[in-house]
Design a protein around this ligand. Structure first.
Ligand code: HEC
Length: 185
């Protein structure tokens, strides 16, 4: 009897221990759950930052492409010498002399304020032929920044001049290729 009681006591103690272990295990699990939730939150936060960074990158790219600095203010102090040097990039495809022949591209004599796509005998792309307007200082400079973006579908294969000073110098040089250069803006 005593032994049996004792066995009962032992059983009770064992039961308590098992219960305690169970509770600890449960709390542990609950803790894991909490930690898991935190993990999840952290992952989500990281993801959100990524998206924001992407958005910032996108914004910067868009900004770079959209803001094309105007050249007008730089023309008065532009360098004819640098402009002539830069024209070497164009010379494989363009003449600029009076009466110069068309090459891969049309001749560029008297270009400033010249109507777009008006050189006799040159087969312009549909995109440029139908674009309309004249080659004013800023139009020309914006075109030269990224020709394929300014006139989608142009067949002028030239990446563009990214530096505003280069565009100003080159346009300044082209302006001089005329019997009566258009006044500076
Ligand atoms: C790989 C050849 C090539 C290079 C390099 C090139 N162009 Fe052109 N360019 C063309 C072609 C081809 C056209 C006609 C585009 C069309 O019809 O869509 C053209 C058209 C033009 C026009 C429009 C003329 C008009 O009559 O409306 C201008 C302005 C022009 N180019 C300026 C330049 C300048 C300035 C450079 C140098 C920075 C340059 N191009 C470099 C091939 C070239």
């Amino acid at each position: 009897m005593y032994l049996y009681m004792s066995g009962l006591e032992v059983n009770k103690i064992l039961a308590s221990i098992i219960f305690a272990v169970l509770i600890v295990t449960l709390i542990g699990h609950f803790g894991d759950l909490l930690i898991d939730t935190e993990h999840h939150d952290q992952k989500e936060t990281a993801y959100k930052i990524d998206v924001e960074e992407l958005a910032i990158t996108d914004g910067t790219v868009a900004k770079k492409e959209e803001i094309i600095e105007p050249i007008s203010a730089l023309l008065a102090s532009a360098s004819m010498e640098n402009g002539e040097k830069l024209f070497k990039k164009c010379a494989t495809c363009h003449n600029y002399e009076k009466g110069g022949a068309n090459k891969v591209g049309p001749q560029l004599w008297n270009l400033i304020n010249r109507p777009k796509a008006n050189v006799e005998g040159f087969a312009y792309s549909k995109a440029l032929a139908e674009y309309g307007g004249e080659w004013g200082y800023e139009e020309l400079a914006e075109f030269l920044y990224k020709p394929k973006k300014y006139i989608k579908g142009t067949k002028m294969n030239f990446a563009g001049l990214k530096k505003v000073k280069d565009r100003a110098d080159l346009v300044y040089f082209l302006r001089a290729q005329s019997d009566s250069p258009v006044p500076l803006p």
